[in-house]
Design a protein around this ligand. Structure first.
Ligand code: FES
Ligand code: FES
Length: 166
């Protein structure tokens, strides 16, 4: 059965007619054609499909598109600042938090959620927040280092903004 939904994605309003059985990840990839959100499993395990829904990280393969009605969604495409990469993206590049890259958009969105809640997460907190994200390449230590580095980069950007505003 077709249903009408409207939600806000990366700051833009969308109105869509979708099948009520469609998963949010398919709506994002196929209807809105934002392909940065990945599908890595059929079992809700890998976290490659992670997006932010109303401020919380959500595996978009575990949610129906119709459940996004009226919500605010952020995907990996929504965190870049124009041509400029987000500090989390820079940190993953600088600390080698990726190899094949398949898990990376989900990892970065989880980091975005974590660092929105905790400015200076401990390694234990990082591990806890990332417990739903799998990576078959990195061995995870470089991801933890990337998240720590992202937190430093975000602090120094905030300090720069404060100095510029003085
Ligand atoms: S594709 Fe959603 S958890 Fe793997
Ligand atoms: S970098 Fe290949 S799965 Fe994580």
């Amino acid at each position: 059965m077709e249903r009408k939904v409207n939600f806000n994605i990366n700051g833009k309003k969308v109105d869509l007619n979708i099948d009520s059985r469609e998963l949010l990840v398919d709506v994002i990839r196929d209807h809105i054609t934002l392909k940065g959100t990945r599908i890595g499993c059929d079992t809700s395990n890998c976290g490659a499909c992670t997006v932010i829904v109303n401020g919380k990280a959500v595996k978009s393969c575990t949610m129906l598109g119709v459940q996004a009605d009226g919500k605010e969604i952020i995907t990996i495409e929504g965190i870049t600042q124009g041509e400029e990469l987000h500090p989390i993206q820079k940190a993953f590049m600088e600390r080698h938090g990726m190899q094949c890259g398949y898990c990376t958009s989900g990892m970065i969105m989880t980091a975005y959620w974590l660092l929105s809640n905790r400015k200076n997460p401990s390694d234990e907190e990082i591990k806890r927040y990332f417990s739903g994200n799998l990576c078959r390449c990195t061995g995870y230590q470089d991801i933890i280092d990337s998240v720590r580095h992202a937190s430093e980069l975000m602090h120094s950007e905030e300090e720069k903004i404060v100095v510029e505003q003085r």
